[in-house]
Ligand binder design. Structure first.
Ligand SMILES: Cc1cc2nc3c(=O)[nH]c(=O)nc-3n(C[C@H](O)[C@H](O)[C@H](O)COP(=O)(O)OP(=O)(O)OC[C@H]3O[C@@H](n4cnc5c(N)ncnc54)[C@H](O)[C@@H]3O)c2cc1C
Length: 431
């Protein structure tokens, strides 16, 4: 049987393959600033931009190069809801908090769109909506029951039975679809580059390949060691999400409250745009109702991007690409002759309550636990931390609550593969 991998198969993210590396036009770093940001993904850059626009001196350090981390590896979905279900948040924190968490998720999406317009960031923002396809009759009935909640939380939605799903997807493997008009997609690496340019233009210093290895509190300020040199700052923000390591004591403590999950994405080789529109006739993004969901969206006119967990934890990226693509090829007949050009991996950070958090730990601000919705949430919450430092918050964010401990950590991380297998088994057995 013919291999689905193209002869040009690459394990570099498609988004950065043709993009020149971000150049920081290195300026001498000041030894003392108002704020030091650790991590230059969406969260760190967004915080740096807001602070610099208010004339605060700021350095954002990144251990790698801008564009190498999760922010340029994502699938590019720009949603307006958190990962946690409303009922879960209500049960844990009460209905008033649940309402606010969902309200701010919509604000996050609006914030990103406004910033893209304000900064003229050309990142292929498409607001065509999302199709959520039911993988079983039971899943479709659940969508039907939850329709009023979807209308409340997601805005305009429409439920189409299996007899009408061909209006939205080129597949008869599903049992009806929910159409969410508000969902959007974008080119994530272009967003990150645009955000970095905006932060730098506002006056922020961006220091790439400068790992922060120590943060010490000294009186009313901080001493931060990065790439062997010491800098002073009045405030420090940790914006390292799934890359939060054991570099400093405060990072070690925060890291224990995150579960780090690998995820995979692939793009197809270029194909006739006619095939893309047979797969997704209205150009909307697609996801299914499995616990471990599969995602697909157009990437330009001639390619599709797909993402998911790609099955068991074993195997290299070629194996992952074949597994992930097999899911789509078996359900979308128009993909029969399509090949895979790129497959890459990255990690995302889950919290115990499945919402991102901002807060203060030992005097250090943090924005962590994006739970796979970091394109809107990291960008927005980075901005919210900056507003908090600037004393510009009209009201406290609902995401500003201590990052909860994970029961049984570190066993939690050791049991992750088993937990994922349990979800996958549940997906197969309880359809
Ligand atoms: C395959 C995949 C698909 C995804 N798809 C989507 C999607 O479709 N939609 C969506 O909303 N989200 C998606 N996500 C999640 C999203 O990419 C992340 O939530 C988001 O990029 C997090 O941004 P961030 O700024 O918080 O963290 P990051 O972008 O991870 O930035 C953190 C940075 O901190 C740096 N760092 C770490 N330690 C140090 C240190 N000691 N010193 C200096 N720097 C340090 C790292 O180098 C890194 O650059 C996906 C993720 C993956 C992996």
């Amino acid at each position: 049987m013919k291999d689905v991998l193209s002869t040009r198969f690459s394990t570099q993210p498609y988004w950065t393959a043709a993009l020149p590396p971000f150049c920081d036009m290195a300026r001498a770093l000041p030894q003392q600033v108002d704020v030091i940001v650790v991590g230059a993904g969406y969260a760190g850059l967004s915080a740096a931009r807001t602070l610099a626009r208010s004339d605060r001196s700021v350095i954002a350090f990144d251990a790698g190069r801008i564009g190498e981390g999760a922010s340029s590896r994502s699938a590019g979905s720009l949603g307006n809801v958190p990962k946690a279900k409303l009922a879960q948040i209500n049960a844990r924190y009460g209905e008033a908090v649940g309402r606010e968490i969902y309200r701010e998720a919509r604000l996050a999406r609006e914030f990103v769109e406004q910033m893209i317009r304000d900064e003229n960031i050309d990142c292929d923002l498409q607001t065509r909506g999302r199709v959520i396809a039911a993988h079983s009759t039971k899943a479709f009935n659940k969508l039907k029951v939850a329709l009023p909640t979807f209308q409340d939380t997601m805005g305009a939605v429409e439920l189409l039975g299996a007899d009408r799903q061909s209006e939205e997807i080129g597949s008869d493997a599903f049992h009806g679809v929910l159409v969410v008009s508000s969902s959007a997609t974008l080119q994530p690496a272009l967003l990150q580059h645009g955000l970095a340019r905006a932060a730098r233009a506002a006056g922020a210093h961006l220091a790439q390949e400068c790992r922060v290895t120590d943060i010490k509190r000294t009186g009313g300020s901080f001493e931060v060691t990065a790439a062997g040199k010491t800098y002073r700052a009045t405030d420090v923000i940790i914006a390292t999400n799934a890359e939060t390591g054991r570099d400093t004591a405060v990072m070690r403590s925060l890291r224990r409250r995150l579960t780090i999950v690998p995820a995979f994405a692939l793009t197809t080789e270029e194909m006739d745009p006619e095939i893309v529109s047979r797969v997704l006739p209205k150009g909307r993004s697609f996801s299914d109702t499995f616990q471990i969901l599969h995602y697909m969206a157009p990437a330009g006119e001639r390619r599709l991007i797909m993402s998911g967990r790609a099955g068991r934890s074993d195997g290299d990226l070629a194996t992952k690409a074949r597994r992930l693509f097999a899911y789509f090829q078996s359900r979308f007949p128009a993909l029969a002759e399509t090949e895979v050009s790129h497959c890459w991996t990255g990690t995302f950070a889950l919290t115990d309550d499945w919402i991102p958090h901002i807060g203060i730990e030992e005097g250090v601000h943090y924005m962590l636990g994006c739970c796979g919705v970091g394109v809107p949430m990291s960008t927005y919450l980075g901005h919210r931390i900056a507003q908090k430092i600037l004393g510009q918050e009209a009201r406290t964010s609902a995401y500003d609550r201590p990052l909860p401990a994970i029961p049984y950590w570190p066993a939690n991380n050791l049991f992750l593969p088993a937990a994922v297998r349990a979800f996958a088994l549940r997906d197969r057995l309880f359809r």
